[in-house]
Design a protein around this ligand. Structure first.
Ligand code: MEV
Length: 430
């Protein structure tokens, strides 16, 4: 990858964008073929993925530009139906470039498998017995997936919890900690829990009920940081702008917006949704399980007992804006749709990602960029203006506009500041 800054990308026709993309990423057009037209997934491939398949469902795929993650230029594929997300992430990545982009890291790919043990005659005794047998249990769990084992993964730890205040009373819960390397890990962990269950029953004298992965993957975290030079934050300083903001005003506005999310769950839910706009778009484009990522993110945001912001914004000693995001990131690059879906394969190739950790680092950086885009807009002109032109095009299409009429109807609605389907229908009639 030479650069993730492709000038004028937005204004190019679709096919030229693909050529530019392939050139910038040092790939052949064939490498990115899955990005064109059909969405990459043929109905007969879909038929092997889910039951009762009748077709596929397309989503726009945009490219997040300008990203530098850990010093590496990266073009980011984003699958999303919402206007402004790709543009917002790209613009914030451009601002972050001035201070070197995003610094990101991912912890060890350790997932948690849970076993619920019911009808245990003596809970403290069973707990003690499990802990005494821990080394044996881990040794057994470790060889359940020989492929993972060969790659350096496998069982890492075993924790035993007693849950006392459940609606059915007390029971034991075992956490099997499993290093899943470059997989998302659900299959490996679920298999390990199922296979270990009979041994757990022998040891505890109880009955293993559920055996399933936890999506609160709080041992598999990804973190991203960025610094935005305060002078880069000035907004609408052009004479023609009605409401110019200095860099300091925008920075302080963003910090105040973050403080709202830090203190209030109603705002935090929306704030974190903005983060997930960026996160999910890359998770989906790479064929990963976005419901798992969503579940993990929100559970992690509530880990203190009060739901709060996943990100933190502040300023450094020089007055520059600083951002930090930490969240669970259970994504894989092997197994599941990541290896089956042609677009997902092309997406990984475009990013030059060779490990799940590298993918996690990019995703969390995009989440942070997306969060910044939303806060910057909210702290200044509001969110609607940026949304308007693409939103207006969607409204025009919904009203029946085709071809050139889409743009014409959209432009008129934006000029009139009335983007509504009834107005679009009127303009079309006129
Ligand atoms: C809209 O999809 C996302 C935002 O609501 C996020 C936020 O409010 O921070 C703009």
């Amino acid at each position: 990858m030479t650069t993730s800054r492709i000038h004028g990308f937005y204004n190019l026709p679709l096919d030229e964008r693909l050529t530019e993309l392939a050139n910038a990423a040092g790939l052949s057009a064939a490498d990115l073929e899955a990005f064109t037209l059909t969405g990459g997934l043929a109905p007969n491939q879909a038929d092997h993925m889910v039951e009762n398949a009748v077709g596929t469902f397309g989503l726009p795929l945009g490219i997040g530009l300008n990203f530098i993650v850990n010093g590496r230029e990266v073009l980011v594929p984003m699958a999303i139906e919402e206007p402004s997300v790709v543009a917002g992430a790209s613009f914030m990545a451009k601002l972050a470039r001035a201070a070197g982009g995003f610094q990101a890291e991912a912890s060890a790919p350790e997932m948690i498998g849970q076993m619920q043990v019911l009808d245990v005659p003596d809970l403290p005794k069973a707990r003690q017995a499990l802990l005494e047998q821990k080394a044996n249990l881990l040794a057994e769990a470790d060889v359940i997936d020989p492929v993972l084992k060969k790659l350096g993964g496998g069982a890492r730890d075993l924790e035993v919890r007693v849950i006392e205040d459940s609606p059915i009373g007390s029971f034991l819960v075992i956490h099997l900690i499993y290093d899943v390397r470059d997989a998302m890990g659900a299959n490996a962990v679920n298999t390990a829990c199922e296979k270990l269950a009979p041994r757990v029953e022998n040891i505890t004298g109880g009955r293993v009920h559920l055996r399933i992965l936890s999506n609160l993957a709080d041992r598999r975290l990804a973190r991203a940081r960025c610094t935005i030079p305060v002078n880069e934050m000035a907004f609408g300083r052009d004479e023609s702008e009605a409401h110019p903001y200095t860099g300091e005003q925008v920075r302080d506005g963003i910090i105040a917006a973050w403080a709202f999310a830090a203190a209030d769950p109603y705002r935090a839910a929306t704030h974190n949704k903005g983060i997930m706009n960026g996160v999910d778009a890359v998770v989906i484009a790479t064929g990963n399980d976005w419901r798992a990522i969503e579940a993990g993110a929100h559970a992690y945001a509530a880990r203190s007992g009060r739901y709060t912001s996943l990100s933190t914004w502040g300023k450094d000693a020089d007055g520059n804006l600083t951002g930090f995001l930490e969240m669970p990131m259970a994504v894989g690059i092997v197994g599941g749709a990541t290896k089956v879906h042609p677009t997902a394969k092309a997406a990984l190739k475009l990013m030059g990602v060779k490990t799940a950790a590298k993918l996690a680092e990019i995703i969390v950086s995009v989440g942070l960029a997306q969060n910044l885009a939303a806060l910057r807009a909210l702290a200044t002109e509001g969110i609607q203006r940026g949304h308007m032109s693409l939103h207006a095009r969607q409204v025009a299409i919904a009203a029946g506009a085709t071809g050139d009429m889409i743009e014409k109807v959209a432009v008129q609605m934006v000029a009139e500041k009335t983007v509504r389907i009834d107005r679009a229908e009127e303009i079309l009639k006129e």
